[in-house]
Design a protein. Structure first.
Lengths: 472, 179
């Protein structure tokens, strides 16, 4: 219980460890890509993820040969794992946009060191999410009928349908996330282009950097574009998950037909996304030695946000139960009772344990700054949010208005293999990302250094920091 | 020695943004107009000092957003009222509340595309070759060095006098940049 153990809580922990210069920031981050040898651990992790991706491809191939009958979906539960996984993945993506866009507008400088990989997480999660609506179509090769294009059938998509809204929302989200991520990368791949000595990477980074040379005029427009993109992405992220929730809420199924759905889904999405950011950030900072840039301050703030969102989600559960009782509607009441006491009660119990109870641990500063404990809580929340989507999709459908049409839903091997396969795809992309691109935005870190330190000369930084450094 | 006609400009190099900003302001006061600064991150006040015009990007993005919104709504209106009117339980063909989500998404999409491609086009990117890359140490412009280039096209540009002017601002080095 020495001072050392209890001390490192929020206020004294900086967003950037002292002692860094423009050069040291640039070198430390770019060396991971251009200098560092690919470690055995990376190959191991990548190998596992890549094998799972192969499982995904095999599952998709079998699905396309046999059709959706290989899954557990049936009537009444026609939306099984595909929709659960879709909502889960896209929800995870939302925290990345929130960190990179909303926190930029709020001038939260701690976002700087985590925004790049959070955005990458968004992109890869959206890629996984985007597969499912297509896979669960009876005729997946006709998915492009959702796009309005001049066709010989003289037909238009049904613009009044939430399913078409979904298509527009998800494709806009994927496009905007990709552009936002890419323009943020331009100055950084220019740094890599200038730092790498090998010819081929130099050429590839050179092409990606588009000839960026850091001109003042260019920075001026770049900053404006970046700010505008942040302003556009913030309402977009809210709209996307609202529209996802309207896929449910626009139906008259009890347990879905509710006005609380859009905010409840948005908060749930951010909750699961922050859990995933922590799940990725904690191992990343350890394996790549990035404790100087992703400090305990970041970890602590994210844990607090996780707790806040957890409380929001808890409020959603409470309101669902309250409204079921308050509405006096027989079917609404039954859905809630069925969730609590029906055949799927373990799912409900799991949701409460993972999403309501587990985050309460985050009230304790010692849990928030203990990365191992926090990693555990984040994993539990990831599971809990997946269970929540299972609860919403399955328990509402399996017992609706007519007891004669009641049924049960049991996932099959192929349901699981497709789901685990997307986890593989996500981590494969993520492993590639941390190997070939800078996972922390270098130019924003240099800017942060100027703003934080107040004195900009490299010599001064070194001098001012020496005594502090010895204490820490 | 590079021939006068082959000269792009004179490049000076500092190791911190404050000195560069001061130098750029001095150069502006001196009457130089054709110059640009190259930095590893955006430096506040620098665009004004080297004489950048305010960007029209926000206005373009507004136009892009309006185009997306109006176009998106019109597409749905046209499809449902003119091209393929479908009577669903006597509900109005122009059921505008149901058109809001797609209108909104297309507004954001078009505005975002305008922001990114507008920025790239206005900046003249992608540009595979630029003379400033010939300057010595220029690879550090994306790491920890701050450059100011006074271009030979400037009416006040004089090879030795401009060099003298830059030397007086105590840079790390001054070098000639060939075209």
């Amino acid at each position: 219980m020495q001072g050392d153990r209890i001390q490192p809580i929020a206020p004294i922990e900086p967003v950037l460890k002292p002692g860094h210069t423009y050069a040291s920031i640039s070198d430390k981050i770019s060396d991971i890509v251009v200098k560092r040898k690919t470690t055995l651990g990376w190959f191991l992790g990548f190998g596992i993820a890549f094998s799972l991706t192969m499982v995904l491809f095999a599952s998709i191939t079998y699905l396309f040969i046999k059709g959706v009958g290989i899954w557990g979906v049936d009537i009444p539960v026609a939306w099984g794992f595909a929709i659960i996984n879709f909502v889960w993945w896209i929800g995870i993506g939302h925290a990345g946009t929130l960190i990179s866009a909303f926190l930029l507008l709020m001038r939260q400088d701690w976002r700087t060191s985590i925004n790049r990989f959070a955005e990458a997480m968004t992109l890869f999660a959206v890629a996984c999410a985007g597969l499912f609506p297509i896979l669960h179509l009876g005729r997946p090769w006709l998915f492009y009928w959702l796009i309005p294009y001049p066709n010989t059938m003289g037909l238009w998509p049904q613009f009044r349908s939430p399913l078409d809204w979904d298509f527009f929302a998800v494709s806009t989200y994927a496009t905007v996330s990709l552009l936002f991520w890419y323009i943020g990368l331009i100055p950084d791949v220019a740094s890599l282009r200038d730092r790498t000595e090998k010819r081929l990477p130099r050429l590839i980074f050179g092409i990606m950097a588009l000839g960026w040379r850091g001109s003042a005029q260019h920075w001026h427009r770049f900053q404006m574009a970046y700010l505008l993109m942040a302003g556009l992405a913030t309402p977009l992220v809210v709209s996307v998950h609202s529209i996802v929730s309207i896929d449910f809420a626009a139906a008259i199924i009890p347990g879905w037909h509710s006005t609380i759905f859009p905010p409840y889904f948005v908060i749930g999405a951010i909750f699961s996304g922050f859990a995933m950011v922590l799940t990725l950030a904690i191992p990343l900072r350890r394996f790549f030695g990035l404790q100087d840039f992703v400090t305990l301050r970041h970890i602590n703030i994210m844990a607090k946000l996780l707790l806040l969102m957890g409380l929001g989600v808890s409020y959603g559960y409470l309101m669902e139960l309250f409204m079921a009782w308050y509405s006096g509607d027989q079917f609404e009441t039954y859905v809630s009772l069925n969730r609590l006491t029906g055949p799927y009660w373990p799912i409900f119990a799991g949701v409460i344990a993972c999403n309501v109870l587990a985050p309460q641990l985050l009230w304790f500063p010692r849990v928030r700054t203990n990365t191992l404990a926090l990693f555990g809580v984040a994993l539990i929340v990831n599971v809990g949010m997946w269970l929540e989507r299972f609860m919403i999709v399955v328990t509402s459908l399996h017992r609706d208005f007519l007891p004669s049409s009641w049924g049960m839903y049991r996932p099959t091997f192929w349901d699981w293999s497709t789901f685990l396969g997307t986890l593989g795809l996500f981590f494969t992309l993520f492993f590639l990302f941390v190997r070939v691109l800078p996972m922390i935005p270098m130019f924003e870190m240099r800017e942060l250094l100027t703003h934080r330190e107040g004195h900009t000369r490299e010599e001064q930084q070194k001098l001012a920091v020496e005594p502090e450094g010895s204490v820490a | 020695m590079i021939a006068q006609s082959q000269l792009y400009g004179l490049m000076a190099e500092w190791d911190n943004p404050d000195d560069l900003l001061y130098a750029a302001q001095q150069a502006s006061t001196e009457g130089f107009r054709h110059m640009d600064a190259y930095t590893p991150f955006p430096v506040e006040g620098l665009p004004e000092a080297v004489g950048c015009r305010p960007t029209r990007l926000p206005f373009l993005v507004l136009c892009g957003g309006l185009f997306g919104g109006v176009g998106g709504f019109f597409m749905q209106y046209y499809a449902n009222v003119h091209a393929y009117p479908l009577n669903v339980g006597g509900r109005p063909f122009n059921s505008w509340p149901a058109f809001v989500p797609i209108t909104f998404e297309l507004t954001i999409l078009c505005a975002a595309l305008t922001a990114v491609f507008g920025m790239l086009i206005a900046n003249g990117l992608p540009m595979p070759y630029h003379p400033v890359f010939n300057a010595p140490h220029f690879e550090r412009a994306s790491r920890n060095r701050f450059f100011l280039c006074i271009e030979a096209t400037d009416p006040h540009f004089d090879r030795s006098k401009t060099r003298q002017f830059l030397e007086n601002l105590r840079p790390q080095s001054v070098s000639e940049v060939p075209c």
